[in-house]
Every structure is written in C-alpha cells, then in structure tokens.
Design a protein around this ligand. Structure first.
Ligand code: G3P
Ligand code: CA
Length: 302
C-alpha cells in the first residue's frame, strides 16, 4: 500500500514544475545580516517540538505556546501509523508522551507503527506533562500543518526514523503540497526538512530539489563536501561543535550554491546559547526559546 502511495505521490511531486531556489531560511526580521561578522550575529531561534519546556511536545499546545511567546519557527517529528497516516511524535513508541499504556495495557511496546490513526487520535497526549493539558491530542501531519499555518509559523520538519517507514518522504511531501506548504512562498521562506538519515535527506532533495534540507549529525570536516551536495544545513548537537567546525561548514556552499548553514540543538540555557552564538551558528533549536532569545538579544540581526 505504501509503495503505491509513494509512487503516486512521487509522480505528483516531480511533476510539480515550478522549482524555485530557496533564499534564506528566515523571515527578514529573523535573518542574520550578511555583513555582520559571525561573532556578532543573532541566530534564528527555533522552538524544539514547539515550546516544549512549557507545553507537551509536538502538540497544538506546544506550537501555540511558541506563537504566544513570539516565536515563528517551530520544529517537529513525523512518523507513520499502522494504517498509513502521518502523525507528529518523537519517540517510535507512544508510551512516554501519551496514556497509551493505561488505555491499551496488552499492546506493549506501544509502537506508533502498531496503532491505527483512529486509536492514536483518542489518546491523551497532554496529561503526562501537566493536568492543565489533559485532552491534548497527537496531531496528524495534516492537522499540524494547518495549525502552523493558522499561527503564521515556519517549520523545521523532521522525518523521524524514516528507515521504519518506506516511502515516508514522498508521502510527507504530498501532505505538505496539499496543505499549501510547497508553493514558492513557503519553500523559499518557511520550511526546512531534516533527518538523521542521510538517505532520507537525499530522497527529499531528489524529489523536490527546491526544498531547503538539513542533515542531523556532525560529519567529519573531510566529509562535509559530500553532504553539501544534498543538504543546505548540517544540524549538529551543540556539545559536538566548535568555532572551527562552524567555520568549516560556512566555508562550503550547499546544493543551492548558498553558504552551508548550521542549526544546532538542543540548547536550553544561556551559557550554551552564548557559546554557540559566538561560533556564528545560523540557528539554535531549543526547548526554552525565551531563554535563548534573551541570551542572544545583544547580537545584531539583519
Ligand atoms: O531538531 C533537532 C533535534 O530535534 C534532533 O533530535 O531527538 O530531539 O529529534 P531529536
Ligand atoms: Ca526532532
């Protein structure tokens, strides 16, 4: 079934025609100035799984909270149910962030891929975080994209464990297209697609070369040129990077002939935020966007 979906959606996507090259990831107000030296520029702040320190991750509450706090950029994780629906969930089981164990005690280990969309839609994805979030749901990708649109937000979209879900890239792109996220404006300004799987990033790049992509990891400097053939960003954990590493990334051009970028994660305190900002990173992905915003507020934005 998924192979058929993937083949059909691949054809539709490749037929999309008007492929436009993305400019910068950020809106003008968030964009670091090209003239600003790396040591002074203000990185883009991205709310990781939404404002996930303050509301249950990957729910409407988390992205709404980010919007309320003034953050336009959010990050998510996309996986697939037993019956082929794409949903927003970080872990490949439902155990940590829903009441699935209580509701379905006999279905350990509660994998996302073992539950139908209808079953997942009834789970409580908020009570684990706090009683005030009881009744938050696991959004489908379609619901999530509509909510991000409603909030006028932008998205770092992650294909999570794509090796578990053959064809998920074409399927995800089809949902993005249907929800209006693959038009010129969105592709140019409001979307990055990333994964820990280089194969998945390559697939996205092949299907829609206009989309800005990110590889999650810290490849050896010698290998960066290979990644730069299909990835516009190298998005590394903040503990793995240095000023030299960021400079090595910035010395290269990505597939769109623009400077390779780095969004680093998951930076949740001021000291770490100031450290990576000093390296000149382009973006900081954080559970505490308010803390990071304050820490980098003295820097210059474009
Ligand atoms: O966006 C970077 C980050 O989300 C990657 O790690 O495990 O939180 O998805 P993880
Ligand atoms: Ca993620």
């Amino acid at each position: 079934m998924y192979a058929r979906v993937a083949a059909a959606t691949t054809a539709a996507l490749l037929g999309a025609g008007a492929l436009t090259l993305p400019s910068a990831t950020a809106h003008a107000a968030d964009r670091p100035s090209a003239q600003t030296s790396a040591s002074h520029k203000r990185p883009l702040v991205v709310a990781h799984r939404g404002a996930s320190a303050y509301a249950p991750e990957n729910t409407f509450a988390a992205i709404d909270k980010a919007a309320d706090m003034g953050f336009r950029w959010v990050e998510n994780d996309v996986q697939r149910t037993k019956d082929g629906e794409l949903v927003i969930m970080h872990d490949d089981t439902l155990k940590r962030t829903t009441d699935v164990e209580e509701r379905y005690p006999d279905r350990a280990p509660w994998k996302v891929a073992d539950f139908t969309a209808k079953e997942i839609a009834t789970l409580d994805a908020g009570s684990w975080f706090g009683p005030e979030y009881a009744g938050q749901r696991v959004p489908t990708l379609k619901q999530y994209m509509n909510r991000v649109s409603r909030n006028h937000q932008s998205l770092v979209f992650e294909f999570k464990k794509p090796e578990l879900y053959p064809g998920i890239e074409a399927q995800g792109l089809a949902v993005l297209r249907k929800t209006g996220w693959l038009d010129r404006h969105h592709v140019k300004n409001k979307l990055v697609i990333q994964s820990f799987s280089a194969d998945s990033v390559k697939t996205v790049h092949k299907l829609r070369p206009d989309i800005k992509t990110g590889f999650l990891g810290t490849p050896a400097v010698a290998d960066l040129p290979e990644y730069a053939k299909f990835s516009d960003q190298i998005n590394s954990t903040h503990t793995s990077i240095s000023g030299e590493y960021v400079a090595a990334i910035h010395a290269l051009k990505g597939p769109h002939r623009k400077r390779l970028e780095i969004f680093t994660w998951t930076v949740n305190n001021a000291t770490a935020a100031q450290r990576v900002a000093g390296f000149g990173v382009d973006g900081i992905i954080t559970n505490t966007p308010d803390v990071v915003r304050k820490a980098v507020s003295g820097r210059v934005s474009g």
